[in-house]
Design a protein around this ligand. Structure first.
Ligand code: HEM
Ligand code: HEM
Length: 159
């Protein structure tokens, strides 16, 4: 097998890694569920699907930490390249979304357990979570775009 064929196979294997597939699936659940919460709050003053959003959020936190650790061990050290910079932004906004999400999850649990009715989320925390969640999706998209672009350029050079 040629070097290029071996590289292509190892990359294809990485795209199918269970930790990455789990991150994609749970991120999709979080993004769709979060948008439903956002739209329903604006339109009807309700927040449907919060329980699913919190449970999938906990699972995403675990899957993401496992994935990111392995990913970093493979791509380190940090290089001055667009795909690295966008990866770093993705990881920073993912951390922001997960940490604010976990803090909102604590408020959700506490207010439900006290049985006082509607959950009272702190406005700044809620807004930070919303903005962080939009930015994480944007930067992951840009990171993947930069990685694919670079691969295409390298392939062209090789032909
Ligand atoms: C990157 C992953 C995540 C995304 C994309 C995301 C997205 C969103 C969005 C768009 C909203 C609606 C915000 C609003 O209407 O103001 C929301 C609300 C919420 N999220 Fe997340 N979320 C994520 C992770 C998490 C995690 C890990 C938890 C907890 C374990 C969590 C808990 C909550 C709670 C309790 C709410 C309702 C409170 C609120 O609307 O401010 N989220 N999420
Ligand atoms: C939310 C966080 C991240 C996600 C979901 C993510 C996802 C991915 C995926 C799916 C690939 C293509 C498959 C592969 O080559 O493994 C990739 C490649 C890459 N990522 Fe990330 N990444 C993230 C964060 C980071 C960070 C923090 C860095 C470094 C600062 C980084 C650097 C890279 C590099 C350099 C490549 C190209 C590797 C190569 O060409 O062999 N990523 N990333």
């Amino acid at each position: 097998m040629t070097d290029r064929a071996a590289l292509a196979r190892s990359r294809a294997r990485r795209w199918r890694a269970p930790a990455l597939l789990a991150v994609w699936a749970l991120l999709a659940v979080e993004a769709v569920g979060g948008l439903v919460i956002f739209a329903a709050r604006l339109a009807f003053g309700t927040t449907p699907g919060e329980t699913l959003h919190v449970i999938a959020g906990l699972a995403l936190t675990v899957a993401y930490v496992v994935y990111q650790w392995r990913h970093w061990l493979r791509v380190r050290p940090f290089l001055p390249r667009l795909d690295y910079a966008l990866g770093l932004f993705s990881a920073s906004f993912m951390a922001l979304s997960l940490l604010t999400g976990l803090a909102l999850g604590v408020v959700w649990w506490r207010d439900r357990a006290s049985g006082t009715g509607a959950v009272r989320y702190p406005t700044v925390l809620s807004a930070t979570h919303l903005i962080g969640s939009m930015l994480v999706l944007t930067f992951i998209g840009a990171h993947i775009g930069a990685v694919l672009l670079r691969t295409r350029k390298l392939n062209r050079k090789g032909t």
